[in-house]
Structure formats: structure tokens, C-alpha cells
Design a protein around this ligand. Structure first.
Ligand SMILES: C[S@@+](CC[C@H](N)C(=O)[O-])C[C@H]1O[C@@H](n2cnc3c(N)ncnc32)[C@H](O)[C@@H]1O
Length: 295
């Protein structure tokens, strides 16, 4: 569309809109030929329809990371959490008080989890499990896909109470309420959901080793000898700039970190777990670490 036509459609001020579109051309998100603006393939990654939900990832990063970066000196001087210093509270508590941010956060996971579920289900067989517990499972998008493909299993979605409430709605929409319950709470307090398969996906990277050890030990208390804990996420690889970046973001966002396989081995050992299987997913350095209690 021309800037004029677009301005009419979205009721904008034509010269200002045109100036803004020309600015976006600099980044390769929009291109302009003969006065007609169109979205490039790079720009389409940010569209509402993109299957991984990069629009929401971008919104979260641009909003929260910029806030955190301004408080980076706090982290460097004290070892504290930059974003917590910026917001006056832990990011998860802040989101509870800001539903529009929480919605953006959950949309980001919903899209990504559906894509991840396809990769996971093609390499891991959940059929031996009777009760699958997704710890910090956000709105349940991953657990829902797993349960759909594992009709004999029950599920429990565990997350902070305000997130578990949203998950209950999604589970009901997917007609899985009979087989899948939600439990709201904190994995730093009492955690007593008994299952034979636990999932921790992209949770440990939010926390430092001490806090991650607490989460693992709390889950371990509910696990039987035959239960498995599946840790899923990304592997820190110094050759991949993207993960160095995510490591930096996790640091200023929550004092968390991305970990290499040997970092995971040491963390798991300290919490009395051992690795029983390691599956590397080809896409974007993701992995599934299957663990059991080391007793
Ligand atoms: C980075 S997200 C990962 C979500 C999802 N597992 C995924 O891979 O997309 C971390 C999740 O941990 C949850 N969480 C944060 N603090 C928690 C706590 N103390 N107890 C339980 N869940 C918590 C958040 O609400 C969020 O859903």
C-alpha cells in the first residue's frame, strides 16, 4: 500500500506514517518500490501469524530488556538482579500485577510451545507414563499437545497461581479438563504433585545454580525411583551468538543463565539427580535431558 492508503486504513497521520515506514526500511523489515510499501520476509517474522510468535518475543525483549539494561550497573556492583531492581520486584510478581504484559508473555509461549511440541513428540515417547507433570508449564500449550498424543496419561500443570488459572481455561478449551488438572503454587515452597514424568522446560535458565538446585530438590521429593524428570531447553554453545545473547538476557532479567551440558551435569549431581539419556534436537541447539534420582 502507499503510505496514504495505509494511513486511511489505520486512521493515521499520513506524513508521520510515511516517515516511520521509511525509517523501518532501514532495518529491512519493510521495503518501498515506487511509493508502495510492503513487508519483507524478515518483517513477516514479526507478524501475528508467525508460528513461533516472534512478535511477542520481540515485544517482551524490547520492553523488559531495555528496562533491565538501564540497571545493569546494579548487577555489576552488587550481583543483584537488574530487572528486579528496575521493577521494584521479581518479574513474575510484576506480571501478575500487569495482566497485559502477562498476556503477551503467555502468547509468546503458546506459539513457541506448539512448534516445540511437534519436535519433542517426534523424538520422545510419552506412552509409558501414567501421569505427566509440567512444572512451570505456562498456559499448558506443551502439556496439552503431549496429552493429545498420549490418550492414556493424566496431566498436571503446575505454575504460579495466576498463570495456572489461565492454563485451566486453555485445558478446558481443549476438552482435556477430565484428564488434566492445574495446581497453582511456587516451586520454591511445598511442591507435592506426584507423577511418573516431570517436565521442566526453559525454567532452570531463569534461575541461578542455587535457586535451580532448590527447584530440582523440591521436585525430587515428590519423585519415585521409577519417575523421570525431563529438562528441556537450550544448550549454551560459545559458537552460537544467539545463545550468548539469551544468556545475557537471562542474567539481567532474573540472574539466570544458559548452561552447557557439563553445567547441567554438575547442577543435577548437586541436587541428587543423574542423567539417563540426552537427546539433542537439531533445531536451534535445543536438548532434552532425561534424568532420574541418583539414589
Ligand atoms: C521461561 S517460562 C517457561 C514456560 C514454559 N515451560 C516454556 O518452556 O515455554 C518460566 C515459567 O515458570 C513460571 N514460574 C516462575 N516462577 C515460578 C515459581 N516460583 N513457581 C512456579 N512457577 C514459576 C512462570 O510463570 C513461567 O510460566
Amino acid at each position: 500500500m502507499s503510505a496514504n492508503d495505509l494511513a486511511q486504513t489505520i486512521q493515521a497521520h499520513p506524513p508521520s506514517l510515511e516517515r516511520f515506514l521509511r525509517y523501518l526500511v532501514l532495518f529491512g523489515i519493510i521495503e518501498c518500490k515506487d511509493g508502495i510499501f510492503s513487508v519483507t520476509s524478515l518483517g513477516s517474522l514479526l507478524s501475528e501469524d508467525h508460528e513461533e510468535g516472534l512478535k511477542y518475543q520481540y515485544l517482551m525483549i524490547s520492553n523488559y530488556v531495555m528496562k533491565a539494561v538501564k540497571h545493569l550497573d546494579h548487577t555489576i556492583r552488587t550481583g543483584g538482579v537488574a530487572l528486579e531492581h528496575a521493577l521494584g520486584m521479581l518479574v513474575f510478581d510484576y506480571m501478575k500485577q500487569h495482566p497485559e504484559d502477562n498476556e503477551c508473555f503467555l502468547k509468546m509461549f503458546k506459539k513457541h510451545l506448539k512448534v516445540f511440541a511437534r519436535q519433542l513428540l517426534s523424538v520422545y515417547d510419552f506412552s509409558p507414563f501414567k501421569h505427566i507433570v509440567d512444572v512451570g508449564g505456562a498456559d499448558g500449550a506443551l502439556l496439552i499437545e503431549i496429552l493429545k498424543s498420549t490418550p492414556n496419561a493424566q496431566g498436571t500443570l503446575f505454575d504460579l497461581p495466576h498463570v495456572a488459572e489461565e492454563a485451566a481455561k486453555m485445558i478446558a478449551e481443549n476438552k482435556l479438563s477430565e484428564r488434566c488438572k492445574t495446581a497453582g503454587g511456587s516451586f520454591f515452597d511445598s511442591f507435592s504433585v506426584v507423577g511418573d514424568c516431570y517436565i521442566l522446560k526453559h525454567v532452570l535458565h531463569d534461575w541461578n545454580d542455587e535457586k535451580s538446585g532448590e527447584i530440582l530438590r523440591n521436585i525430587g521429593k515428590s519423585m519415585g525411583r521409577e519417575s523421570k524428570l525431563l529438562i528441556m531447553g537450550s544448550i549454551l554453545d560459545s559458537n552460537y551468538y544467539e545463545f550468548q545473547m539469551i544468556d545475557f538476557i537471562m542474567w539481567i532479567y532474573a540472574n539466570g543463565k544458559e548452561r552447557s551440558i557439563s553445567d547441567f551435569e554438575a547442577l543435577l549431581k548437586s541436587a541428587d539427580f543423574k542423567i539417563s539419556r540426552l537427546i539433542l534436537l537439531p533445531a536451534r541447539k535445543r536438548m532434552i535431558i532425561e534424568t532420574v534420582l541418583n539414589k
